[in-house]
Write a protein that binds this ligand. Structure first.
Ligand code: ZN
Length: 238
């Protein structure tokens, strides 16, 4: 019994390691997926900003074309000024030209504003580009290291299972069954040390005479508070 109880702790450590390794199978793909979402998010922001810059440039080109049209119109009016016959015609033409000259200012102002907006949007785009490239490089590096880790998980699990089997063989079947049952029912720790006179699992105070019994390790004792197997700390083989 004594050896069985001592080895229980070792078995528990192996089970915890196994659980951790097996968790990687869930956690690693999840981590990789999170990183891909992160990458998609920055790529989306970049593409939106790129569209913003393009749209500003398109607006500017439209104003430039409109400006050319207005300037041609003004030239045309200027040509017509020489051939007008009446004052009335002349005044009407002058009035038209005034209107078109006002339009020139409107387009010129808009072009200047759009150039400044485009410059600003272009700077923001460059900042996002740097962020995107940094993010993608970091993700590439991290995910390849995680994927590499994932490929060895099955092997690591097999090694641990083998170690578990060899360790479990050194434990009496009855003790092993109790251990397995507690672990299944409670999850996590099935064997806990007594620390400062209390159960290491639920901190229930263990009477001194029971501690003395447990120290002898003649039989398996479970905590009345939480149902876990109790061992005295100094007898634990880690
Ligand atoms: Zn307890």
């Amino acid at each position: 019994m004594l050896e069985s109880l001592t080895i229980l702790f070792k078995l528990q450590k192996i089970d915890q390691d196994l659980h951790e390794i097996e968790q990687l199978k869930v956690n690693i793909p999840h981590q990789i997926e999170t990183m891909r979402d992160e990458q998609a998010e920055v790529e989306q922001r970049f593409s939106e900003q790129e569209q913003q810059v393009e749209s500003l440039e398109k607006d500017r080109r439209q104003h430039e074309r409109d400006l050319e049209g207005v300037q041609e119109q003004i030239k045309k009016y200027q040509g017509q000024l020489h051939s007008v016959k009446t004052n009335k015609e002349y005044d009407a033409l002058q009035k038209e030209m005034q209107t078109q000259k006002a339009n020139v200012s409107v387009h010129e102002d808009a072009i200047l504003q759009l150039m400044s907006d485009t410059e600003e949007a272009g700077e923001a785009l460059e900042a996002i580009r740097v962020e995107m490239e940094t993010t993608i490089a970091a993700i590439k590096k991290q995910s390849s290291s995680l994927e590499k880790k994932l490929t060895t998980v099955d092997e690591d699990v097999a090694v641990k299972r083998d170690e578990r089997q060899r360790t479990a063989m050194r434990i009496e079947a009855r003790v092993a069954r109790v251990y397995d049952r507690i672990r299944r029912n409670l999850g996590g720790l099935a064997v806990v040390p007594i620390k400062k006179g209390a159960c290491g699992g639920c901190f229930n105070i263990i009477p001194l005479q029971i501690v003395a019994e447990i120290r002898k390790m003649n039989r398996l004792t479970v905590c009345e508070g939480c149902g876990r197997i109790l061992l005295v700390e100094e007898t634990v083989e880690v």
